[in-house]
Structure formats: C-alpha cells, structure tokens
Design a protein around this ligand. Structure first.
Ligand code: SAH
Length: 345
C-alpha cells in the first residue's frame, strides 16, 4: 500500500520543520514550497535547485498529487470545457470563458453536489467528495495555461460556479483562494475572484468574520420562500429571512455589494409578485442582479421565460434603481454553461 503523504497537504511551516527534522536547513522548505505552488511542479525531479539526494528523499516520503486535463472541448464561442481527472480517478469540470477583454476560469469545489437544485445537472450526481485545496488550485493553473496559450494573456478572473457548493467545502476553498492570491502562489487579486453560493447563512456569516476580500454571489432565483423551496428544496433549512440576515451581516462587515444570480422560468417565477418580491429583497442591502439565461439540462419542467417576462424584470428593477445585467450563456454547444456540468463525456 502506498503510505506516502501528499506533500501539498503540508503548510510552509510544516515543510520547514520537515527539513529541520531531517538535519537540513529550514529554507529548503521555502524552496520546495515555491516549487509546489508558485511553479506548480509535477515531480520532485523538476526541483532543480535541490540536490539529487534531497529530491530522492522527498520522493521516498511524499507524492505530489496533481490533476490532469483528461479531455478538452472547445465551443464555437471560444469557451473551453475541461474534464479534470483527480488522483483517485474522479472527474470534475472546469471552464475557460473568454471575452474580448478578459478570461474567466469557472472552477469546481466538489465532485458532484449535496444540494438538490431541481434545475442543475450537477445536483443529479450527488456529492462524491470535497476537493482538496491543491485540486482547486490546479484547476486554476490549468486554465491559466490555456488562457496564455489561446489568448496570449494570463487569466484575469475566477468564479466558483463550477460543480459543487463552495461554502459546503469552506476550509478547502478558503485555503485554495489563499494560495491563488498569495504572491507565493499565483498572486491574483482577491477582488477578481467570486464565490457563488446557493446561500448557506451560517457560512456567509463566517466569511464576513474571516474578513475575506473576494466577492460573493448568491443564487437566489426567487425571493418567495414557497417558490424557492420548490426549486431549491434546501431552502426549507435556510429560509430567505436567515439568508437575508446573513447577507446584511456580510455587508455590514465587508461593505461589499452582493450579486444575486437569477434565472427566470416559464410559469415558475415570471409573475408580477415574483418581481415585486425580488425588488423588495434587493432593498435590504446594496446589490446587483445578474439575470442568467437558462441552460436546459433535459426537456423537462424548466423552460426559459419569454423575452417579455425578462423585460418586465429588467424594467421593474431599473425603475427601483437596482443594477441589472443580462448574462448570455457561454459554451452551450459543449454543455459547459452554468448548471450543465455533469460529466456527460
Ligand atoms: N453551488 C453554487 C455554485 C454552482 S452553480 C451556487 O449555487 O451558486 C453556478 C450558477 O449556475 C448558480 O447561480 C446556479 O443557480 C446556476 N445554474 C444552475 N443550473 C443552471 C441552469 N441549468 N441554467 C442556468 N443556470 C444554472
């Protein structure tokens, strides 16, 4: 049996202590840490500023579990969907979304998802396991490479809108973001990162207490409990009042605007009272609304509402000075759009 430890589970301090314990210098730990994160090395052999003995010693004690791009699909609109194979053979999906001025990575936080949103393909997979910090980090590294290769510039933004509920894998997501933003990792600015949650109030409060610097988006889809519960059943556990209060707490502490993600469906949330409820919900704290185009996951009960219904939403929100954007979906032809990530291939 392979007893070797995943070296990237160690903090920098632990690495330094490992070398001290092996009668070596602590700074050796810094060198290895830089190889593992900043340079994203895949093997100890690559660590050319270490002696052969040191590399062999590391190889005897540790493994570097790294992810592999198992399959890559390119959409006609330039979107790239990657099937990312983890060290235990499980697959998650990560997407590169280019626009004229920037490239965005959409990354996964779990294999599958424990939530049960009726309109989302990932929900059908159930939750198989949480991703480790390095597995989240590696997705970003892989997509950054593609951004440089196909678009001649580094990755500009990251959204946690792939598979899984990031706040149900809180510690690992925060550890990954710490590495992504650290100069010892990828050195990206936290304000270019958005974590999207279905809305777990206790964890939203924790984010505020932890004084995180990234952005928060909430998949709202309805501001009426009854409706929201019918499409996102976990809403019974985390009802809108609790969600709202946690968001007020977030705003008080961070002073950062929330983004509400919202899909309008035929016969589900396209009535006047649905719009009124959203307008009222938006009044509680500074926010903006992203109306997302629905990406069908089968020919079932969910259908994108009419342009008229959408326009009703837009005009009502704007009338109340609420910022609203319409988000056209990307990568639809390769099932890479929101809610379509489900390892189809
Ligand atoms: N669990 C997190 C992040 C993953 S989902 C969350 O719920 O926010 C990313 C976004 O895609 C969410 O806003 C989600 O509601 C939306 N989404 C899910 N299925 C979709 C679909 N079929 N069409 C359009 N958007 C969808």
């Amino acid at each position: 049996m392979n007893k070797k430890k995943d070296i990237r589970a160690l903090s920098k301090e632990e690495l330094r202590n490992f070398f001290i314990g092996n009668n070596d210098k602590a700074f050796r730990g810094n060198q290895v840490y830089e190889w593992l994160w900043h340079k994203a090395a895949h093997s100890f052999e690559d660590m050319t500023n270490l002696s052969k003995e040191t590399r062999e010693m590391l190889d005897e004690n540790f493994v570097i579990n790294h992810v592999q791009v198992d399959a890559m699909q390119r959409s006609s609109d330039g979107t790239i969907k990657n099937a990312i194979k983890l060290h235990d053979g499980l697959i998650v999906e990560s997407v590169l979304i280019p626009t004229e001025t920037r490239t965005t990575a959409c990354v996964s936080s779990q294999v599958g998802c424990s939530l049960d949103c009726k309109f989302c393909a990932t929900a059908r997979l159930k939750r198989m396991r949480n991703l480790n910090p390095d597995e989240i980090y590696d997705q970003v590294v892989a997509i950054d490479k593609q951004s440089r290769l196909y678009h001649n510039h580094k990755l500009s933004n990251i959204v946690f809108m792939g598979m899984g509920e990031p706040l149900m894998n809180y510690n690992n997501v925060l550890k990954a973001i710490e590495k992504i933003t650290s100069p010892e990792g990828l050195g990206m600015a936290a304000r270019r990162i958005t974590v999207s949650t279905s809305g777990v109030p206790r964890m939203i409060r924790k984010l505020a207490d932890d004084e995180v610097r990234f952005n928060l988006a909430v998949s709202l889809h309805s501001a009426i409990d009854e409706v929201r519960t019918s499409i996102m059943p976990f809403n019974t556990r985390f009802p809108l009042k609790d969600l709202r209060e946690s968001l007020e707490y977030w705003y008080e502490k961070t002073k950062r605007k929330i983004t509400y993600e919202y899909v309008v469906w035929n016969g589900i949330n396209d009535r006047k009272e649905d719009i009124d409820a959203l307008v009222s919900f938006c009044k509680y704290l500074p926010c903006k609304v992203n109306l997302i185009e629905y990406n069908p996951i089968d020919d079932g009960e969910f259908q994108q509402a009419s342009a008229r219904a959408l326009n009703n939403y837009i005009s009502n929100l704007e009338m109340h000075d609420i910022v609203v954007n319409v988000r056209r979906s990307r990568g639809k032809d390769i099932d890479a759009a929101c809610g379509q990530l489900a390892n189809k291939s």
